[in-house]
Design a protein around this ligand. Structure first.
Ligand SMILES: Cc1cc2nc3c(=O)[nH]c(=O)nc-3n(C[C@H](O)[C@H](O)[C@H](O)COP(=O)(O)OP(=O)(O)OC[C@H]3O[C@@H](n4cnc5c(N)ncnc54)[C@H](O)[C@@H]3O)c2cc1C
Length: 451
């Protein structure tokens, strides 16, 4: 279909391109939708390839892994035109390792008398909620909050739960009845029904996990076919110029380009340095992201963990989560073998960040064998190691008001900030997709007024 033919001709003739900063799922979805509306998009990606966090890696031995284990829905695959390369996932579940035992999540934990009693007590006498720690105690009871929710939140955020905004908890909560219903639907249909993967669209038994053959990055291939010609790789946007509070141009690899609007998917704390001509974004410089290391280790056998994902709320462990992606997607490892991914929260330059790959593999294996000693005998060796300085936005209470303001509007006409790091929100890909489409309506309205 020739989308451009449908656009008001004046836009095509007069409008300068809309600059899109970043070619991850947010930037590519934005470019595709603007093109569909007849607006010209120019996507600038600083890296050598598209995909951003939705990248996949495959090695000669037949192991595939993503930037941290990724799970997607059939609805997203369909929306991106990638349904025919995606396989249905039959099983997905989570467990929590606690005191030498593992509990299925959430019902195994809920069945523990200590946790159940403490949750009931919290419901009967809810306390004041000033921070995430209070929120967890009220929602789950003091026992479960102290043993599980607070240590996990602190491991992935790198901040004390008493300094995190209550919004951290609100983002994670899913109703018990909904969880029961969706779990039952999974059993009945033999498909891993999604639970908690989309907040923008309803979840139901018809929305289940799928995974593209060859890795999550393949989801973006159909979009690339449509708008690949609009993407400039190895093109870092160095400046966004603002005049009289409106975006007028960007500077890319030293060259200035006039634009009608700019859509950024870069981490928001970089915006004060990128944007020239206004101080309205300066407060964003204080926003923090949690860096993360993903360590992949290979083993003989399959289904070594109690379920696909194992949460480890043990402060003495270097990692807070282990994922066995081949548990759900068997085709990600050679037959009879598996791969475990360990998530380590860290800071750039700290002891974990600077550790050698061998040493990272060793501390993860040692930590795993403290939980399951028998797995040492099955260890084959390390797989790929990945690091990112921007894995999770950290919702510190100190800038919560500013975060909420920014979620509504950047405060600069013609500047939009989208995607996980751009919205500073714990967004998964499907929500990014729907939210980006909605935002593009605002961009189209703005560019239309400017012409
Ligand atoms: C550990 C982990 C597990 C996850 N698991 C899941 C999951 O199971 N399911 C799911 O749906 N999602 C998952 N996600 C989230 C998902 O990966 C992201 O939400 C999504 O990929 C983010 O896409 P994006 O386009 O917003 O940003 P990104 O993918 O970060 O893309 C931004 C791009 O902008 C480029 N860029 C930045 N600055 C500039 C500049 N100045 N000039 C030019 N280019 C620039 C970057 O190079 C990058 O390519 C997970 C994320 C993590 C960290």
């Amino acid at each position: 279909m020739n989308f451009a033919a449908k656009a008001p001709a004046i836009w095509r003739r007069l409008a300068k391109p809309v600059a899109i900063i970043g070619a991850g799922i947010a930037g590519l979805t934005a470019a595709f939708d603007l093109e569909r509306r007849g607006l010209q998009a120019a996507v600038f990606e600083s890296g050598r390839a598209v995909g951003g966090m939705a990248s996949s890696f495959k090695d000669a031995e037949g192991y595939t892994y993503d930037f941290g284990a990724h799970f997607v829905s059939n609805r997203l695959a369909e929306a991106l035109g990638a349904a025919d390369i995606s396989r249905t996932v039959g099983r997905y579940g989570e467990a929590v390792a606690l005191g030498g035992r593992s509990y299925s999540y959430p019902f195994g934990l809920a069945a523990s008398p200590r946790y159940a009693a403490s949750a009931v007590a919290a419901r009967l006498r809810p306390g004041e909620v000033a921070n995430a720690a209070d929120w967890f105690r009220n929602a789950y009871g003091a026992a479960l909050a102290e043993d599980v929710a607070i240590p996990l939140a602190e491991a992935w955020s790198g901040a004390p739960a008493s300094k995190l905004s209550p919004a951290v908890g609100q983002k994670l909560s899913a109703g018990v009845l909904k969880t029961l219903y969706l779990k039952a639907a999974s059993r009945l249909t033999g498909r891993a029904v999604c639970n908690g993967y989309s907040h923008e669209m309803p979840e139901s038994p018809g929305i289940y996990h799928v995974y593209p053959e060859g890795g999550v990055s393949r989801l973006l291939e159909p979009t690339m076919k449509q708008i690949g010609h609009r993407i400039a790789l190895e093109s870092r946007v160095e400046r966004i110029f603002v005049e009289r509070d409106r975006v007028v141009a960007v500077k890319v690899n030293g060259r200035e380009i006039g634009v009608s609007a700019a859509i950024s998917t870069a981490p928001v704390h970089l915006l004060p340095r990128l944007v020239e001509g206004t101080d309205r974004l300066d407060a964003l410089g204080a926003f923090r992201y949690r860096p993360m290391i993903f360590v992949n280790l290979r083993f003989e056998g399959r289904n070594l963990l109690p379920d696909t994902m194992l949460w480890v709320p043990d402060r003495s462990q270097p990692f807070f989560r282990i994922t066995e992606a081949p548990f759900s997607m068997p085709w990600l490892a050679p037959e009879g073998r598996t791969q475990l991914t360990f998530d380590i929260g860290c800071e750039v330059g700290d002891a974990h960040w600077t550790m050698s790959d061998e040493e990272l593999a060793r501390i993860c294996l040692d930590g795993l064998c403290r939980i399951y000693p028998h797995l040492r005998a099955r260890y084959i060796g390390p797989g790929g190691m990945l690091k990112t300085p921007f894995a999770y936005p950290v919702y510190l209470a100190s800038y919560e008001r500013r975060r909420q303001d920014f979620a509504r509007d950047t405060g600069v006409a013609g500047l939009y900030s989208i995607g996980r790091n751009g919205e500073f929100a714990h967004l998964l890909m499907e929500d990014i997709y729907w939210r980006t489409l909605k935002r593009m309506q605002h961009v189209a309205d703005y560019v239309g007024q400017e012409v």
